[in-house]
Design a protein around this ligand. Sequence first.
Ligand SMILES: Nc1ncnc2c1ncn2[C@@H]1O[C@H](COP(=O)(O)OP(=O)(O)OP(=O)(O)O)[C@@H](O)[C@H]1O
Length: 548
Amino acid sequence: MTSTNDFAGTLQGRVGAASGLWAISPRDILRLLRAAFLGAAAELAALGLMATAAWLLLRAAERPPLAALTLAIVAVRTLALLRGGLRYAERLAGHEVVLRWLGALRTRVYQALAPGSRFSGGDLVTRVVSGVDALQDAVLRCLLPAGVAFLVGLVSVGVTATASLAAAGVLAAGLVTAGVLLPWLVVRVTGEAARAEAPQRAELAERAVELVTGHRELVAAGALEEHRGRATAVVGRLARSERLASAKTSLAGAAGVLVQLGTTVGVALLAGASVPWTAALTLAALTCFEVVLPLIGAARRVPEIRASAARVRAVLNRPVPEKGSRIARDGHFRLERASRKYPGRAPALQDVDLDLPPGKRVGILGPSGAGKTTLLRLLLGLETPTSGRVTLDGHPVTEYADLPSVISGAEADAHVFHTTVRENLLLAKPDATDGELREACETAGFDLDLDRDTGPDGAALSGGQRQRLVLARAVLAAPPVLVLDEPVEGLDPAHGDAVLERVLAKAKGTVLLVTHRPEHVAGFDEVLTLEDGRALPASAAGRRPGRP
Ligand SMILES: Nc1ncnc2c1ncn2[C@@H]1O[C@H](COP(=O)(O)OP(=O)(O)OP(=O)(O)O)[C@@H](O)[C@H]1O
């Protein structure tokens, strides 16, 4: 076993170097081969045990001198012990490789998901947890058993060939039918069924989400039963399709058992050796199928594994925006004819210029959907412009490694961690004293206990409390460029105005405030008014101040 540090080092190296889904180090490939050989040895020990026991019984019936049986008696005991020991060693070796590989794969999936993920929460959980977990079956339930079955089959056919080529031929044909042909058929049948069921599964997921999230509305409209009936109908269709596919794959399982019986009888008839030796070969052939038949069951998982692999690969292969290593100097942001367009929609932002040197205070006004948040997301490096430039100290913002430490604040979708108020605040300033935390809370008008549990994403707080907690965190972080996206929108106006006044009084650097209320940005160095993604000329903006 390697030490934890060794393991972390190997993992890091592999994470950095590997690009494909199945990326695995040469050392782990050797470990996998070792697991396959150990597995084959364990199965051959079981097979040898059966064959030797059969030989022993029949030879003993001939009443030979005891000395003629001694070797077989010792072999039976040795093989029985070996079988258990080798199986344990194979499990250990196989699982060690798979757990290493899965650990590295999970790290890579997390790394690929981290920057500005386009995947939603539920989708993300599916990809990371079930998707990656399903892949372990590819190795443990498919690849490794197939390797073991191949080795065991090869040895069995070889040993049978020493007695009779015809019997060896029958055994080989039986093993190929049960171990290759039938699993291939099962993969085809389950694959076709999965493809046919995919739209129904999607529909069921959609209907289930609608039933749960829209439950109250459906009850109020008296439409619950109708919607439940539609979901139940989809469940019925899916169940029928699954039953049909299951019947077909069960037939393949039964066919496997028939092939096993036929092959065993064939070997017994064609072996042409002494009775004990024929019995040994026959029982060996019968036992050999115990390794091969599970491949038919494992084949049912192949389409699901393929789908999981495709989902995980989509995460790993998506282009990750290059994060540069540049370190910010002055903190001078600039938008130069910046535009952002989403496919199939009018531009969210079009040809907008903005100069934001250190210390400047800029207000952004505009009706809903005007592009205010889009402008902030460009500056925060969360979106890239479809044309134009967004720069910090003359270089594209995406080239900076430390952008969030230069520009941050109270963003509309800021996350509240499921912990205490104190821990949420300490994220912004880890060495802050309780006094400093309370002062920041006071500035933001947030008066809850520091030990208060916040719930998942702040669900245990009211909307206003959540908003003020995010604001207190922004005050504590005190970044060079403070971004405030409608920071007091949900608060009652008088209280909100007072909070905003205190927050602005504390801010020492650049401030970018998005608001619907022009009085919030009175006295700012510049006010940019957006409408339909475009900046209005100053005069026009003056005529329609803060039209909501
Ligand atoms: N991810 C997206 N995909 C497609 N369209 C988007 C996306 N994000 C924003 N938009 C569209 O871009 C336009 C500008 O959105 P934005 O969020 O910047 O407006 P806003 O001025 O901040 O509005 P509000 O005051 O309501 O928050 C809107 O029409 C919106 O529907």
